[in-house]
Each structure stands twice: as structure tokens, then as C-alpha cells.
Design a protein around this ligand. Structure first.
Ligand code: GDG
Length: 468
């Protein structure tokens, strides 16, 4: 039986009692339904890097350490200081260095070297995210003819932005070495198609030859979802826990919640400013709303991430300084992670879910918030139009995160929304989530990647036509 090789920057090795990470949740059905080998970085930085192999059930996990220079140049450098900001439309934050690019290519080569040792000819390879764009090219250079797919979890910007990235001419076309490249939204896929048409002349240039026949890359849209029904059940149980009840007892009035990694793409400072505008414009809501922002730290070694931390501390301090009284503070800003159960319970308890990234591939928090609600008394989702999730979640209050007055007005609207409207919006959103449950996402991608014709992938020319 063909194995599925999953390749990603980090590997979520299952351990008893551990909280499943984002990628593990997304890949859960694939890991359950197929024998898989998951290969990636162990998370350890080690001058003498070790490779470890671990078996759990029918799945195998292969993790490699990174030496310090690879960690700096590949992870902190090219992946998170160049690709992450540029793919989130933030050219102003990109810090390019040739050294980082060569570290990035070196780690991709390192992963390719590990893979060729273990891949059999009929294994299927599924590569995840921006850390590993040139991996298929590295594998093809080593003579591999397996089917190889790539899924980008983050947005892909238009060619007008992408072409400002030094060395885009070699990096982006290297995606042509994959058999299938998947995106979160049609807009991302269209941006890629436009890039290829503009930079490479005609779509046919993306075909490439491998010995034994012609192969051409296809592109498709595969929006990531969540385990909707499981999450609803979890939230229903979790809201009754002592922890969630204590949180609710400790605040006067309604709870509004935001949950994001501390990242500039998530728009936390803009969101706090919008809340400040709401508090100024609607004094009647003072001490009737508490905004809980849960924000685990991430990538702390990168300067832009410590800058955002300071900005969020300072704005939340300013709001609390200006509006608090002895019995009420308008903002609770928490810098630590919580368990998935605790989050599910808090989502369910929250009257408003505030999800306003400046740019986001999908945003699973928006989907988790909706899945958590009690259908008889649901809360209201306020969602940025620049999150991939906005394509599907049209019944949310869609907002422009660059317009704090409009986001402030949406908070007021959500707080005052009558039960009937809350229920009908929630029913529509929930039906959308059920339509695109994560249980089928991996199999859909693999079916399209697998041999044989498939009607699910649009022709490149369709995307170009849509984009123009
Ligand atoms: C990338 C793309 C795309 C958050 N805090 C805690 C915690 N979380 C969980 C959330 C959610 C996940 O982390 C975050 O997912 P997002 O989708 O919101 O964002 P990224 O991490 O940026 O993910 C994104 C995603 O990939 C999937 O393709 O949607 O656009 O950027 O599940 O609940 N989980 C726990 N404690 C926390 O404190 N346990």
C-alpha cells in the first residue's frame, strides 16, 4: 500500500495528554486513514544535529535537529523574515539577505537528502507551507519521480508584491516541480496563476519534463476547515467547567473574545484601537462588556514580534487606564496559551468573537468560534474580509480591519443584535462549516494529487481569467 509522506517544518508527534497542534488537527483524518510518514524539524537546535525515527501505530515520525546557523538563516531568517511578511502583503517588514536564502535552500536540501533514503517509488509526498517551497525541485534533482503535492497555508500575494522579493525568479517557479499546488482561496490561486502568466509568459511554461514522460503542475483551491461536530461537542462540555464559570463570574456583563498567536498579521493593535473607538462612542456599554484577548507568544527572537508585543501591551494599558473603574476593566490581555478545551469553553461563553487579521490564509479561530456556539443562543462573529475564511463565512459581520470606526460599529451591532438575527446568521455559518469539514480535506487533496483524471482542479487559464 502506498504510503503518504507528510513533510512540514515542524512535526506533531502524538504523546499522551498533549494538546494537538494546528497542523496535527488539520491532518488528523489523513494520519488515521493512511499509513503515513511525517518528516520535519524536531524543534531542537543542535550543533551536532541528530535524526530520530519514532513509530506510533501505523504511522512513522522522522525528525531532524537543526544546527544553529540553519535555525537562524532558514527559520528565523528567510522563512519568517522574508516569506512570512511578503506573503502577508508586508513588504515593509521584509529583511532579505542572501545568506538567509542559502540557509533556506540548504535545509530544503537536507530534508530532500533524508527523504531519498526512505521513499519508495509509489509513495505519495505531501509538502506543507512556505518553509518548503523548493523541496520538490530538490527531490526531482535527486531523480525522484513520485507524485508530490504542495499546500500553502498562508496567503499568496499578487505578482505586483511577489516580484519585489529578491530571487523570486528562481524560488516561485520552482513550485512547477510539484504535481499539484493547493491554496486556501481562489484569490490566492488566481494570484499564482497571474504570477506565472506574467513572469513566465504562458501557462505552458510551467510544465516540466522528468525522465519517463511529461508532467505538468496543476493548481487547486482546498480551503482548510475544522472538525465541526467534535468541536461543538467539546465546547458544550467545556463551558460547564469550573474554569470557564469562574471567568464568567469574574466579569460584569458580556464576554468578547479574541484568540491569536502574537503576530503582526493578526491585527491585534488595530483591533484594540477599534474597541477603544467603540468604548468612546458607546458609553452605555461600559462595564457591560469585557474583551478577553488570548495571545500566546510566537517567534519571540524576531524583532518585529517583540515590537508587536510592546504595541499590544501599550494600547491595552492605555484603554484600561482610560476606562477602568474599581469593579471593571475593559480589556483582559493574556499572554499565555490555554488548552483546546478551555478555549472551546471560552468561545462558547463569549457573546462576540472578534477575528480581525490584516491578512490571513484561512483563520481557524473564526471557524472554531462559530462551531462552539449554542444554536439556541449563539454569539456573533466579527470577521476581517482579509481572512481566507471570509470567502466562505459570508454570514459573519465582515469588516475592514484598517477602519477602526467600522470595526467599532460592528462591535456595537453585535452586542445589540436580536436573537432571531443571531440564530439565522449562526445557522448559515454552521451549515458552511459542515459543508467543508476537515475530515474530508486531506482525502480531497490526495485524490486530486493521485493518479487519474479529476474534475476538481480548474485549468490555470480559468484562474487567470478570473483574476483579470
Ligand atoms: C496558519 C495560517 C491557517 C491559538 N491559541 C491557542 C491555540 N490556538 C489554536 C487555535 C487555532 C490555531 O491555534 C491557530 O490557527 P489559525 O488558523 O488562526 O492561525 P495560524 O497559526 O497563523 O495558522 C492560517 C492555518 O495555518 C491552517 O491552515 O488557517 O491562516 O496562518 O486552531 O485554536 N490552541 C491552544 N492554546 C492556545 O492558547 N491549545
Amino acid at each position: 500500500m502506498a504510503r503518504i509522506f507528510i513533510i512540514s517544518n515542524r512535526v506533531a508527534i502524538p504523546m499522551a495528554g498533549a494538546n494537538p497542534g494546528g497542523l496535527e488537527v488539520v491532518l488528523k483524518a489523513t494520519l488515521k486513514n493512511h499509513p503515513c510518514v511525517w518528516l520535519g524539524w524536531s524543534g531542537e537546535v543542535n550543533a551536532d544535529p541528530q535524526v530520530a525515527t519514532l513509530k506510533k501505530g501505523k504511522n512513522t515520525y522522522i525528525v531532524t535537529d537543526l544546527p544553529p546557523e540553519d535555525f537562524d538563516e532558514y527559520y528565523n531568517g528567510f522563512a519568517n523574515r522574508v516569506l512570512w511578511p511578503i506573503f502577508h502583503y508586508r513588504l515593509d517588514l521584509a529583511e532579505f539577505s542572501r545568506r538567509d536564502l542559502s540557509g533556506y535552500l540548504r535545509v530544503n536540501d537536507r530534508f530532500a537528502d533524508e527523504l531519498v533514503k526512505v521513499l519508495a517509488p509509489d509513495d505519495i509526498v505531501w509538502v506543507h507551507d512556505y518553509h518548503l517551497i523548493p523541496l520538490a525541485k530538490a527531490l526531482r534533482a535527486r531523480g525522484l519521480q513520485n507524485r508530490i503535492g504542495f499546500f500553502l497555508h498562508i496567503p499568496l500575494p499578487p505578482p505586483e508584491i511577489l516580484t519585489a522579493m529578491p530571487n523570486h525568479e528562481t524560488l516561485i517557479p520552482s513550485l512547477g516541480s510539484y504535481d499539484l499546488v493547493g491554496f486556501q482561496t481562489d484569490g490566492d490561486a488566481a494570484n499564482f496563476a497571474r504570477y506565472l502568466a506574467k513572469e513566465l509568459g504562458t501557462p505552458s511554461h510551467i510544465s516540466h519534463r522528468v525522465s519517463g514522460g511529461a508532467r505538468s503542475m496543476r493548481i487547486g483551491t482546498f480551503p482548510v476547515g475544522i472538525e465541526t461536530r467534535d468541536f461543538t461537542r467539546l465546547a458544550g462540555r467545556a463551558v460547564k467547567t469550573k474554569f470557564v464559570q469562574q471567568v464568567l463570574k469574574s466579569i460584569p456583563g458580556a464576554l468578547m473574545i479574541g484568540v491569536d498567536r502574537l503576530d503582526y498579521s493578526k491585527g491585534i493593535p488595530n483591533r484594540l484601537e477599534a474597541y477603544e473607538r467603540f468604548l468612546i462612542a458607546h458609553p452605555q456599554w461600559h462595564d457591560k462588556i469585557t474583551y478577553l484577548q488570548i495571545t500566546p507568544k510566537s517567534r519571540s527572537q524576531i524583532k518585529e514580534y517583540s515590537d508587536i508585543e510592546q504595541a499590544v501591551n501599550s494600547i491595552s494599558g492605555r484603554i484600561n487606564g482610560a476606562f477602568s473603574d474599581a469593579a471593571w476593566a475593559p480589556v483582559r490581555y493574556v499572554n499565555r496559551p490555554y488548552s483546546r478545551t478551555a478555549l472551546a469553553g471560552l468561545y462558547r461563553a463569549a457573546r462576540v468573537g472578534l477575528v480581525t487579521p490584516m491578512r490571513d490564509g484561512m483563520n481557524l479561530v473564526a471557524k472554531e468560534y462559530v462551531a462552539s456556539q449554542d444554536p439556541e443562543d449563539p454569539g456573533v462573529l466579527i470577521l476581517s474580509r482579509f481572512a481566507g475564511a471570509a470567502d466562505e463565512m459570508r454570514a459573519a459581520l465582515l469588516v475592514n480591519p484598517y477602519d477602526p470606526d467600522a470595526v467599532g460599529a460592528a462591535i456595537a451591532r453585535a452586542m445589540a443584535m436580536p436573537l432571531g438575527e443571531r440564530k439565522s446568521r449562526h445557522a448559515e455559518l454552521y451549515a458552511t462549516l459542515l459543508d467543508n469539514d476537515i475530515g474530508t480535506w486531506g482525502d480531497r487533496f490526495l485524490k486530486v494529487l493521485g493518479p487519474g483524471p479529476s474534475g476538481e482542479v480548474q485549468a490555470l487559464s480559468d484562474f487567470i481569467a478570473e483574476a483579470s
